[in-house]
Design a binder for this molecule. Structure first.
Ligand code: HT7
Ligand code: ZN
Length: 858
């Protein structure tokens, strides 16, 4: 497969102002007639047009109303000879949605038809210039059997509908906003809707519909409320008003990602729509609100202003992630949301940035764009824009965003356009800052605080590591919010933002008789890793007293990370272990007892750094050693703090169910307490967990209890797993949880359980949620995945080979866990690499998997 390069971008030769699509729908056979109005762009002399296709053969081609033979296939693309400046081309194709297991283009899911066109799915429906810089208005006519497809939806507004005598019916939709093909959508099937309305800032009434399968309607209330909150928030926070009379969301159970922002017709994975207390956790509720917001916000950051080419993906994704993060911060607890977002960044993006798949947020080359829907483009992309916001402040940032929306409305823009709008609107020079767009790798900032008479001097140096294709890097502006705590009073005189512009710099702070305690990267203002030699007492102080919640969390984490990485790496003198554990115990005990903390925040502070994050701190690591040390510490803490944890569990259990912050916090600390107790006193914890499971009146408590039980050897484990399955066997989203809990469990036989579950009648490779719930959960379970005999690696390689012909996009997402082979001990590295080589040797690999394996073997 060829490499596509950013530098090769050229505008398309033709404009396609109008598209008319006519669908004759059938699950096994759908006919598509596409009429494209074409206008030659100025200065173009070519005598042909290239229309992208993927797996299509033209049934008929007409040019200007006449059947034409002046066409030829070039690979998958259709080339039509055209001499004039304006033409109308009509192409008929025939497709089989039921056979579309890739879930790209038009496919059948649970008896309904739906589309997924981003990034390059439209070319699997009809021949078209399938690139985001070709914008057209769409008219869609569709007809189909009325009983099979009672509901017919597409983008924009429904302009007409009717019935025929033969049992079919039809609908016509018109979307007045020019859009690229990737935003096209069509849904047809037996669906029911929750309807509501939203009145915009300019008093326009928008009809809202959330469409689901009959039986799921009473689980759509939270999604609808989230949608209305998103619409209001985008008006208040960014001045963005919705621009159609209708906004529809459809939930489908077979979907490659979370959701899709098609204009006026978002298509969602059911996972991010359906919720009630019995079947969804508090985390699920939050995720639904976040994803509903994310897709809605794309209406401006993505749809009204789209991307010029797919290298600019972060223009819409990074910005929209930032917008959804700010939305969720405003809807719930700001510090807790910030901590959660940083945890995701560190567990998903930092490893990507330090491995063979590292790429800048604006990549330079790809073979398959689906492989670049990554944590780097999304989450680091959001962090990069958040840094601009931190540097200029929220008001000036808003001015920059206003200018961006005004300047580029209706265009296909670039990341450079965005940066320039922020520069002009916020009045700042971002020349050096642009390096964040072009350089991969997580900068490491080395920190030293020195006392010089009555001044504290902060020495900072940065180093951006080499990444594939980028051996040498330039320094990038790193904004760091800091505070200096006076040792005597334990207070600070206010925080400030410093920006490390160059490779190194020193900052002098007068008025400290004694070396202060440094609180650094407060709020996680920069997505960097920090290397600092800081005394444990200082970390203990910050873990107890820092008034910045993120920095307090960070100090807790640092205390544990320092100890566990040294221990797992064999650098910890045995004599130092008791003292270090005691310091962590004091810090955690303080967190449990701190009456000033709310439980949501307390729950965050109780979470130990993940095994992946710990491994990331070491050049190469032994997962078994990290696992043993981490579990050992957990058991020690659970034992030391047993009384406080039991008391907390009892207190939290008495809080009645509600969705308010207090009750959610109680549920969070309740299961956290069980996690520690399970490590320290498994029998006692199993009894408590079984009680929690039985008395649960909500999924958060029930899933939390079952999560703890799945890691234990206890008769309760089997009983509750059977009970859970029987209770929820008709609810696929909950059965996904059942698979995932077992695949990610601490149980020593987890790998055997995964192998057995793969043979369970409810397991299928055809549903991405189910595949992820079993195998992604397993690949993220270090003690099981990294078994020294390499069986975990073999399991994932087998999965990739089996899944690749069915759903290459999903298959390719399982390559990165194997691709991190360089970061493990030599024996494991050889086994992981061996499995990658086995995949590479397969007779036929998709472009998706081929590219990921090629890069991973590097
Ligand atoms: N913009 C959407 C991307 C997406 C996607 C990409 C590749 C294959 C399937 C897909 N489904 C959705 C999702 C988003 O970021 O909002
Ligand atoms: Zn998005």
């Amino acid at each position: 497969p060829p490499i596509i390069r950013r530098e090769d971008y050229r505008p398309f030769d033709w404009a396609v102002p109008e598209v008319a699509l006519d669908f004759t729908l059938g699950l096994q056979a759908t006919q598509v007639r596409a009429r494209l109005s074409l206008r030659r762009n100025e200065g173009v002399t070519a005598d042909r047009i290239r229309l992208n296709g993927d797996g299509l053969t033209p049934v008929a081609v007409k040019v200007d109303g006449e059947a034409s033979n002046s066409w030829a296939m070039d690979g998958s693309d259709l080339i039509i000879a055209l001499n004039g400046d304006m033409h109308e081309v009509e192409i008929t194709t025939a497709i089989n949605p039921a056979a579309n297991s890739q879930l790209m283009g038009l496919y059948a899911s649970n008896g309904m038809l739906c589309t997924q066109c981003e990034a390059e799915g439209f070319r699997r429906i009809t021949f078209f210039p399938d690139r985001p810089d070709v914008l057209s208005t769409y008219r869609v006519h569709m007809s189909g059997d009325k009983t099979q497809f009672p509901v017919l939806l597409s983008n924009g507004n429904c302009t007409a509908k009717g019935e025929a005598a033969d049992g079919t019916h039809w609908a016509e939709w018109h979307d007045p906003w020019p859009k690229p093909a990737y935003l096209f959508a069509l849904v047809a099937g037996e669906l029911v809707a929750r309807h509501d309305q939203f009145t915009t800032m300019n008093d326009r009434v928008v009809d809202l519909g959330i469409w689901v399968r009959p039986g799921d309607l009473d689980r759509t209330e939270h999604a609808m409320e989230s949608l209305k909150r998103s619409m209001k928030w985008d008006e208040d926070a960014f001045g963005r008003e919705y621009d159609l009379d209708l906004f529809n969301i459809v939930a489908v159970s077979d979907f490659n990602m979370g959701a899709m922002e098609n204009k006026g017709l978002n298509v969602f994975n059911t996972k991010y729509v359906l919720a009630d207390a019995e079947t969804a956790t508090d985390g699920d509720y939050d995720a639904i609100e976040g994803v509903i917001g994310h897709e809605y916000f794309h209406n401006w950051s993505g749809n009204r202003i789209t991307c010029r080419d797919w290298f600019q993906l972060s223009l819409k994704e990074g910005f929209t992630v930032l917008r959804d993060q700010l939305f969720s911060q405003d809807m719930g607890s700001e510090p807790v949301k910030r901590i959660e977002d940083v945890r995701v960044l560190r567990s998903a993006q930092f490893p990507e940035d330090s491995g063979p798949l590292a790429h800048p947020i604006r990549p330079d080359a790809y073979r398959e764009i689906s492989n670049f829907y990554t944590a780097t483009v999304y989450n680091k992309g959001a962090e990069v824009i958040r840094m601009m916001r931190s540097i200029v402040g929220p008001e000036r940032f808003r001015a920059g965003c206003d200018l961006y929306f005004e300047r580029h409305d209706g265009e296909a823009a670039t990341c450079e356009d965005f940066v320039r709008a922020i520069e002009d609107g916020a009045k700042i020079d971002l020349t050096l800052f642009r390096r964040w767009y072009s350089q991969a790798g997580t900068p490491k900032v080395t920190v030293r605080l020195e006392q010089d008479g009555d001044a504290a001097v902060l020495h900072l140096a940065q180093q951006v590591p080499a990444t594939p294709g980028q051996p040498d890097k330039q320094p990038m502006p790193v904004p760091l919010r800091i505070a200096l705590f006076d040792r005597a009073s334990g207070t600070h005189a206010g925080e400030r933002l410093i920006v490390l512009e160059d490779g190194s710099a020193s900052f002098r702070f007068e008025g400290f008789a004694e070396r202060p305690i440094l609180s650094l990267n407060r709020g996680f203002t920069a997505p960097v890793s920090i290397d600092r030699d800081v005394a444990r007492e200082d970390l203990e102080f910050l873990a107890a007293h820092d008034d910045d919640p993120f920095a307090r969390y960070e100090a807790m984490q640092d205390l544990v990370v320092g100890h566990l990485t040294a221990a797992a790496d064999g650098r910890l003198a045995e004599g130092d272990r008791p003292g270090q554990r005691a310091a962590i115990g004091r810090a955690l005990g303080g967190v449990l007892a701190d009456a000033g903390l709310d439980d949501l925040m307390r729950g965050e502070l109780m979470i130990l750094p993940s095994q992946t994050y710990l491994a990331e701190q070491l050049a190469t690591s032994d997962p078994a050693a990290i696992h043993a040390e981490r579990e050992g510490l957990k058991a020690w803490l659970g034992h030391e703090l047993q009384d406080a944890l039991l008391a907390m569990h009892a207190r939290a259990s008495a809080v009645p169910f509600s969705l308010d912050a207090e009750a959610r916090g109680a549920r969070k600390v309740k299961t956290q307490a069980l996690v520690y107790l399970a490590a320290a006193a498994p029998d006692r914890a199993a009894e408590l967990a079984a009680e929690q499971y039985d008395s649960a009146d909500n999924m958060t408590d029930r899933q939390g209890a079952l999560m703890v039980l799945t890691g234990l050897e206890s008769p309760h484990r089997t009983h509750k797993l059977i009970d859970f399955y029987n209770r929820y066997r008709d609810n696929p989203l909950v059965i996904d949880k059942w698979f995932a809990l077992q695949a990610q469990s601490l149980h020593p036989q987890a790998i055997e359980h995964v192998k057995a579950l793969a043979l369970h009648p409810d397991f299928t490779l055809r549903n991405p949620n189910r595949v992820r719930s079993l195998y992604m959960a397993f690949a993220a379970n270090p003690h099981a995945f990294h078994k020294p005999d390499g069986e975990g690696y073999r399991l994932i390689a087998d999965l990739i080979l089996a899944l690749d012909p069915i759903n290459p996009q999903t298959a390719a997402r399982f390559v990165p866990p194997l691709g991190r082979w360089r970061r493990f001990d030599a024996a494991r590295a050889a086994l992981m690499r061996g499995e990658l080589e086995r995949v590479a040797a397969a007779e036929k690999l998709s472009r998706d998997t081929f590219e990921q394996v090629e890069r991973s073997l590097g």
